[in-house]
Ligand binder design. Structure first.
Ligand code: GLC
Length: 561
């Protein structure tokens, strides 16, 4: 038996205003570099985003989360921040940001920024001061002597998430010979969160943006800030290169209990503001129970639950993952969150375009694992459309990564020389990295850059495929059966059909079907090979494929009344 959910999740329908917006929101993820380019330099920017705000309003999203937009040398696409209180010049200015926030709010769209507290850029003033020998600045990072006779070995055995050691040795200046910690790229030195100046600085940065009307923050690598005292070897506990997406077991670099104190401080900052300001944790931890610890009442509001995006196309597994996500969020009174993809993982269409063995949920779902199997994108797209209807019928918050609403696939055949993700270099050219899900969006049914850039001759920062005119916004607007129009219909129906309508009640049906009821409406999805009859008398309100009536075909989902 599933546990009962707390107050706002009771089975009886409650009026929408009873639950705060962030507990039921659909949040659209804007990967700003690839959303829309307003000045024609081939890189997305705030001007491009402002011009496309009506698109987001028409789509029907409640909020947008914008990936880091701060000044950055782009060692990791902006997750290497050089100044947390300014805007990357390629994206615009603080004045552009102010206008964007005002315009988004006027359209009813909340604005969530991405804060990167685990590390700064190596070009941040603090790190430069540290390298220049300022001792106060040095203590804000993790600088240590190496091991071995001449200190030629890294201080411990930690591996970078992107590949290779998590340590780089300083080769000149006052700190020559010392090593600094970077759990990600060498251009992303980890901050030392035992240092009070670091804590004070970030609380001030939060206030800087809250004062400018920002509604919340997605916290990057929220589970990484505090390291085990003394930075011990991880040997025996996942000492091998651990990927970002698969932090199994307990490693001294991740999910340390001390991190929660930081978030209690942040919550106190947010709670000074009205209307409510919120936090979403990106925390890749070993279980939903560990994740729930970040969501205690005096900590963060929500956290991404990533099991949903790892689940193979199998009804039984979908049911289990959904129950686990709901139960663990409910155990701390938080809403569950549903993510099908983001800028770090293989696009949903491609993930579903190959065979779906159960063990995919463990590791093999990661990028590039099925190299020998040709993707069937038509099949993957069909399943992705069905998965979207499941996602949007569930209680809690749903995240839509830009391009998901267009049914874009992962671009798996980028030329090597075009690759930008540091993973490619740091893995010794064995892991292609995440560029394939970060391709600039196609807006018009033309040729490259498909209206992405203000200038038709612009060369986009990552090349777009030759056949993307058919997936463009323009093409999909004309086609009533397009994925874009499916999302629009789903988002239009969601508030009345599913928002605040209570618990998920599973229906006893065939094993390849996941079917649940919430507040009088039903959602059915068929992951099997054969059609199944739908309940007599039920009206199909929305279907992921055209012409569904009476029977639910394979790889299809429906909303019923
Ligand atoms: C997060 C981001 C990812 C980035 C990493 C380091 O996981 O989502 O894109 O590379 O943190 O900041």
């Amino acid at each position: 038996m599933r546990k009962r959910l707390r107050t706002v999740w009771r089975s009886s329908p409650v009026a929408p205003e009873e639950s705060p917006w962030w507990q039921t929101a659909v949040v659209y993820q804007v990967y700003i570099r690839s959303f829309a380019d307003g000045n024609g330099d081939g890189v997305g920017d705030i001007a491009g985003l402002r011009a496309r705000l009506p698109y987001l309003a028409r789509l029907g999203v409640d909020a947008m989360w914008i990936n880091p937009w701060y000044p950055s040398p782009m060692a990791d696409a902006g997750y290497d921040v050089a100044d947390y209180r300014d805007i990357e010049p390629a994206y615009g200015t603080l004045e552009d940001a102010r206008a964007l926030i005002a315009e988004a709010h006027a359209l009813g769209i909340r604005v969530i920024l991405d804060i990167v507290p685990n590390h700064t850029s190596d070009q941040h003033a603090w790190f430069r001061a540290a390298l220049a020998g300022e001792s106060g600045a040095r203590r804000r990072y993790h600088f240590l002597a190496g091991r071995g006779a001449d200190g030629e070995l890294p201080p411990n055995d930690w591996q970078s998430v992107f590949g290779g050691p998590a340590w780089t040795r300083v080769d000149r200046g006052p700190l020559e010979g010392q090593w600094y910690l970077h759990l990600f790229a060498p251009g992303q030195p980890d901050l030392n969160w035992e240092n009070d100046e670091v804590r004070a600085e970030f609380e001030d940065i939060l206030a800087f943006w809250f004062d400018r009307g920002v509604d919340g923050f997605r916290i990057d690598v929220a589970h990484g800030l505090v390291k085990a005292a003394g930075l011990p070897d991880g040997a025996g506990v996942d000492a091998e290169p651990h990927t970002l997406l698969q932090v199994q077991g307990r490693h001294p670099a991740w999910d340390q209990d001390g991190v929660h104190d930081i978030y209690r401080g942040w919550r106190a900052v947010a709670d000074r503001y009205a209307p409510e300001r919120i936090f979403i944790a990106e925390a890749w931890v070993s279980s939903n129970a560990r994740l729930a610890r970040y969501l205690r009442p005096d900590e963060l509001h929500t956290a991404f639950q990533f099991d949903f995006l790892r689940t193979p196309w199998r009804a039984q597994m979908l049911r289990e993952v959904i129950d686990d996500a709901i139960d663990s969020a409910a155990s701390v009174g938080a809403p569950p969150t549903w993510v099908l993809s983001n800028h770090d993982v293989t696009r949903t269409v491609t993930r579903f375009s190959r065979s779906q063995p159960a063990h995919l949920i463990e590791t093999d779902w990661e990028r590039g694992r099925w190299e020998d199997e040709r993707p069937d994108h038509a099949l993957g797209r069909r399943r992705a459309r069905a998965a979207a209807l499941v996602q949007l019928a569930l209680p809690g918050t749903a995240y839509v990564y830009q391009g998901e609403e267009l049914g874009l696939e992962e671009v798996e055949d980028l030329p090597d020389e075009a690759r930008q993700d540091p993973t490619w270099v740091q893995s010794g050219f064995t892991d292609v990295g995440r560029d394939g899900c970060r391709i600039p969006l196609p807006w018009t049914e033309t040729s490259v850059p498909y209206g992405f850039a203000a200038h038709p001759a612009a060369v986009t920062w990552l090349p777009q495929p030759e056949h993307w005119a058919e997936h463009s916004v323009e093409a999909q607007e004309r086609d009533p059966g397009s994925t874009l129009n499916l999302y629009r219909s789903a988002l239009e129906l969601r508030p009345t059909m599913w928002r605040d309508t209570g618990d998920v009640k599973w229906l006893e049906v065939a094993s390849d079907i996941a079917a649940f009821e919430r507040g009088g409406a039903q959602c059915w999805v068929n992951t099997g090979d054969a059609g199944v009859p739908l309940p007599a008398g039920a009206a199909v309100v929305l279907a992921s494929e055209p012409g569904v009536d009476g029977m639910l075909p394979p790889d299809t989902a429906v909303w019923l009344r």
